[in-house]
Design a protein around this ligand. Structure first.
Ligand code: MLC
Ligand code: AMP
Length: 494
């Protein structure tokens, strides 16, 4: 038994016809993809990758990259995907923390990344499958040997930033990922007739697990695009039946007059998540297309927790109901709060992760011994529908990517001339929120931003900054970020 291989990948060997259509209209058949998995599984073993070893990858989205994920779980190893925007300084932390046996990167970045690879073997994989990491020709009579795994064995580690500025590796088991894919596939009524328009990155939960796993589990097809390109998406929508996206995908579609009822007519479902979808976007989308976006809520540590219903009312501004099998409660200081009151969202179920990689204290802070995970999201429940009304964690979500202000503040504070800084998220018409820095010190805002640019992925860098005399503080001395957000709220207004 290897839960993910058996459910998602084994059926591909027997399946006729296409699995993926690519941006250039090229096609990858199900059997060709299975052969790719077999070849990469052989290559991983030939490189000495053992069950339980981590395989870190920072590579462009491609069918080959997805096949490396499949091959890694097939040989019983642990897949560790990394955002392609991360700088060598950021990668150095992940490699040192996770000590992967193998690190795969883009051939063009190999020399820059070699110094941070440490003890990990470095191989390369390019956007077209080129590079030093190549599939091994299948051997007969057994082209693919599958390493047995139990449901609680690890399949992946996904890093998520922390409020302290140090990223934590969320350990996800085969059972976590498969149970969630099964719940979502049933709830959203996926079948082998579905064609999923896949324009999300595959280094995060949304694109890797929610999108790819659900489609593979139900033997559907994917239109597998390297990223969200509006023209390409508009061209390909008539061939798709389902799309998953972050809210920015939907606001970008709405910003284009070509996106109308006819353009969306072939689609049976639009799903949104990873960041709040404004009720106004939900309504504008329905007015334009006649279709109601289905919003769901999840996180790296828990996979998906709630979803609006497929058949019932999809309520704008809410993230719907707990998924079957997932318990959700709203906690105040004195325990469960009354319906309609705001508190901390906690979740429990087969979706909830195994803890943070080598951080038992962090795990104990957020995952209670009886299985409840403290999400850091503030919410309330009305008529069974969950709404997220805020975050207890200091976090900015920009275009669906999470940025922890602490990480940016630590770098800014180290810039000569900077006394202190406060990093906040401000409303942004395209990205939902955009990162903004308020700096105290004898320094020019642009110079401070330029000084940290080399160490921080571009999407985390403040889109703008101001220098001020001091930061507003409460009587406890804590910076009042709510006042800063209020003062600068119109900065990025369209
Ligand atoms: C790109 N840039 C961003 C950004 N994406 N800046 C802030 N926030 C972002 N999200 C910057 C680039 O660095 C670049 O900067 C400029 O914007 C243009 O880059 P681009 O590559 O052309 O951007 P684009 O392709 O338009 O990307 C925007 C996007 C993308 C929204 C399509 O960010 C995206 O695909 N987001 C999805 C993220 C996601 O999958 N999240 C799921 C997490 S899982 P410059 O200055 O160099 O021009 C999760 C759990 C759950 O949260 O519930 O799902
Ligand atoms: P990540 O750590 O990248 O997995 O991001 C998870 C966080 O994204 C959650 O804790 C929420 O704060 C946020 N999130 C995900 N889906 C939604 C949603 N539909 N609405 C609001 N916030 C969301």
């Amino acid at each position: 038994m290897n839960p993910l291989y058996d459910a998602l990948f084994a059926p591909l060997a027997r399946r006729q016809g296409p699995l993926m259509t690519l941006a250039d209209d090229g096609v990858v058949t199900a059997q060709a993809f299975h052969a790719m998995i077999a070849g990469y599984a052989g290559a991983l073993r030939a490189l000495g990758v053992q069950p339980g070893d981590r395989v870190a990858v920072q590579v462009a989205k491609s069918p080959q990259a997805l096949a490396v994920y499949a091959a890694t779980v097939t040989v019983g190893a642990v897949f560790l995907p990394l955002n392609t925007a991360y700088t060598p300084a950021e990668i150095a932390y992940f490699i040192a923390d996770a000590t992967p046996a193998l690190f795969l990167c883009d051939p063009a970045r190999a020399e820059t990344l070699r110094p941070v690879a440490g003890q990990s073997r470095l191989e390369t994989l390019g956007p077209q499958g080129e590079g030093s990491f190549q599939g091994q020709p299948p051997s007969t009579p057994e082209p693919l040997v599958v390493t047995p795994r139990r449901p609680d064995d690890l399949a992946a580690i996904l890093y998520t930033s922390g409020t302290t500025g140090r990223s934590k590796g969320a350990m996800l088991s085969h059972g976590n990922l498969l149970s969630n894919a099964q719940a979502l596939a049933a709830l959203w009524q996926f079948t082998d007739r579905d064609v999923l328009l896949h324009a999300l990155p595959i280094f995060h939960t949304h694109g890797l697990f929610v999108a790819s796993n659900v489609s593979l589990l139900t033997a559907g097809q994917m239109i597998f695009l390297p990223g969200f390109d509006l023209d390409q998406v508009l061209r390909l929508l008539p061939q798709a039946t389902v799309m998953m996206g972050v809210p920015t995908f939907y606001t970008r579609l709405l910003s284009d007059a070509r996106f109308d009822r006819t353009a969306a007519a072939h689609m049976r479902l639009f799903i949104s998540g990873s960041a709040p979808l404004l009720a106004e976007t939900h309504r504008a989308f329905e007015a334009r297309t006649g279709q109601r976006i289905l919003e769901r809520y999840g996180m790296t540590e828990t996979n998906m927790n709630t979803s609006n219903p497929y058949d019932g009312e999809r309520r704008a501004g809410t993230v719907g109901l707990p998924l079957p099998g997932v318990d959700l409660r709203i906690m105040g200081a004195a325990g469960d709060v009354a319906p309609g009151e705001v508190g901390m969202i906690e979740v429990r179920g087969p979706n909830v992760f195994q803890g943070y990689w080598q951080m038992p204290e962090k795990t104990a802070e957020e995952l209670r011994p009886d299985g409840w995970f403290i999400t850091g999201d503030l919410g309330m429940i009305e008529d069974g529908y969950v709404s997220i009304v805020g975050r207890a964690k200091d976090l900015v979500i920009s275009g669906g990517y999470n940025i922890y202000p602490k990480e940016v503040e630590l770098l800014l504070d180290a810039v000569p001339g900077v006394v202190e800084s406060a990093v906040i998220g401000l409303p942004h018409p395209d990205l939902g929120e955009a990162v903004f820095a308020v700096i105290v010190g004898d320094v020019k805002a642009e110079a401070a931003l330029a000084a940290i640019a080399g160490d921080l992925a571009r999407f985390k860098q403040p889109k703008a900054a101001v220098v001020v005399a001091d930061l507003p503080r409460n009587t406890m001395g804590k910076v009042q970020k709510n006042l800063l957000r209020e003062s600068y709220k119109g900065w990025f207004a369209g």
